[in-house]
Design a protein around this ligand. Structure first.
Ligand code: G3P
Ligand code: MG
Length: 255
């Protein structure tokens, strides 16, 4: 299997400020073995772990990540989700995130998320430079942006690549062949069905689904052949899985 059954989406984003070092640490504490993080470039091309192209909507004119140098960003805080008791946390660089991931022994699905149209290739290039300078980790590169996947194929052909779609595009098989991907990551929509997953598996690829926060839905997806799910709440899955295995050993029979 390329990744794991449970992948912490933006770290443990349900409890901690998303895409921060704290979210990565919490994902590991909650039993996740892989994390998914988004990477984009600041104005001075520092790869940072961040999801949105807009840095702040509170200013009169929205402040864009692509226009803001890292120096002006490094003291900004990412808020914890509503209802969480966690404090806010600083934005992390890719370098900081990879070092922590290595320390924790996690795998990383790095989603290349360009800060603006046309930045897919450079985002991949700068991210690769950082990844090469850090200790080696298990890694899968994914993107909605074809130019990022193409650059990954050219510059790091041995790195596992994944196509991201909300729903499969009509020409998805062409994209699979062109970018030589190992997996496809699809949105958890009501329209997603077992036949779609089967068509992906028929090509010898793995399928992963984002974002799944209910164990029942995850079990349904796995029964269709999905290899793993991205979740904001790894603890919901790991706790329940642990209690299941306890019951197996208590009664001797699988449930
Ligand atoms: O990589 C899976 C998922 O993170 C894609 O959507 O918007 O959460 O980055 P998004
Ligand atoms: Mg993402």
């Amino acid at each position: 299997m390329l990744m794991s059954l449970v992948i912490a989406h933006r770290g443990a984003k349900g409890a901690a400020p998303e895409n921060t070092l704290r979210a990565i640490q919490l994902a590991a504490d909650q039993g996740a073995e892989w994390v998914e993080l988004d990477v984009m470039l600041t104005a001075d091309e520092v790869p940072i772990i961040f999801h949105d192209q807009v840095l702040s909507l509170s200013a009169e004119v929205p402040v864009l990540v692509k226009d803001t140098p890292w120096k002006r960003m490094q003291n900004l805080q990412v808020a914890a989700p509503v209802g969480s008791t966690e404090p806010s946390a600083p934005i992390a660089t890719l370098e900081q995130a990879v070092n922590l991931i290595h320390q924790l022994g996690l795998g990383l699905n790095l989603e290349i998320k360009p800060a603006a149209k046309g930045l897919g290739e450079v985002t991949l290039e700068r991210s690769l430079e950082v990844l090469k300078s850090c200790p080696a980790i298990n890694l899968v590169i994914s993107s909605f942006d074809f130019s990022a996947l193409q650059a990954a194929q050219r510059l790091a052909p041995n790195l596992a690549r994944a196509l991201l779609y909300e729903t499969l595009a009509v020409d998805w098989r062409d994209a699979v062949r062109k970018f030589e991907v190992r997996s496809i990551h699809l949105a958890n929509l009501d329209s997603l069905d077992a036949a779609t997953i089967a068509s992906i598996r028929e090509l010898g690829l793995e399928a992963y689904v984002y974002t799944v926060n209910s164990l029942a839905r995850a079990e349904e997806l796995v029964s269709w052949g999905v290899s793993g799910v991205f979740t904001d709440f790894p603890d919901r899955f790991t706790r329940l899985l642990a209690s299941k295995s306890k019951r197996v050993s208590a009664y001797g029979d699988p449930l």
